[in-house]
Design a protein around this ligand. Sequence first.
Ligand code: PLP
Length: 390
Amino acid sequence: MFNQEIINKFKSIKTPFYYYDIAVLQKTLKVVKEESSKYNFIVHYALKANANNELLNIIKSFNIGADCVSGNEVKKGVECEFTPEHIVFAGVGKNDDEINYALDQTIFCFNCESLQEIEVINELAKAKSKVASIALRINPNVNANTHKYITTGLEENKFGINLWELETVVKKIQTLNNIKLIGLHFHIGSQITDLSSFKSLCLKVNEIQSWFVSHKITIENINVGGGLGVDYHHPDENQITDFAAYFKLFNDFLELRPNQKVHFELGRAIIAQCGTLISKVLYIKNGVNTNFAILDAGMTELMRPALYQAYHKIENISASNNKQPTTNNLKYDVVGPICESSDCFGKAVSLPETQRGDLIAIRTAGAYGEVMSSAYNLRDRVKAIYSNQI
Ligand SMILES: *Cc1c(COP(=O)(O)O)cnc(C)c1O
């Protein structure tokens, strides 16, 4: 993916840093727009995947809404000029300040996760003589078949309102004057690559919809959340996720009522492949059964491997340009400098013979990478470089 020209540029930039390929992002967004427009689906971008202003400005320019999970994300969405009518706000623990801010901005919808939260929003809206539009985030008890830390739609998860609570919640809402129920919301997890999980979600949504119909309650919006996965193993061959198949599936299986709108909240599938963490090898060390390549980037820059045992493709972009045959590859445990044994990007990674000073690219790092970076060990905060600015 990286040609010699860009690698030469990297050589003059202090590592580690995130590199964002703007052309890849734009290509991805174009496909998202084309495929979702076929069915008039509305797409929101999940800011929590990556909230860099430069990237948000590009995403917004494709007329995509914002999906926020904190008051500061709502604020960021507003500052980056996502229109408030296209901002949705989810999260199990919205505090009063966050709710008040979102009420002041008159966002499109609060995705509510408990009865108590709805009661609090009602009180706060009443104090402002406003009516808050809400969607019920329903826990559909659908398995996303992904890592357990990023599964959110099972009854054992903290998210959403369980199906058996629905009747009580809906009855209660009918007594609240400052709440307007405008939608149902679902989000079953992240990095979902088996589309049949989304089919199961559709079937569950249809069942839940019939319940609302039988109770003569009209629902204008169905928000099916995000979670579409990307190919971490083949970032070049599979740069853009199969959005066509994804949107088509919802069109095929969701039974919509007249005038109902369908919303999506995509994070990773939009932003993951355009980002790469670029790092330098500090030291090579021979261990008992393995060699260590010790990088100047660690879990402080990219936490996913330590947090979710996530796989990222690792490339030595200095050596790969010497066109060494891969049969001469050696195995390295690629680790960071942080004082934690979990600070490891990959075990027994096959790389050409690697030396101090080589540039290492950790691919598919645009989502849940830089946003999760920290200053642990009093590290400097990681920088970002954009392809259109170097
Ligand atoms: C995280 C999140 C998303 C985005 O998930 P991706 O897997 O990045 O697509 C969407 N909706 C909600 C409510 C979320 O919490």
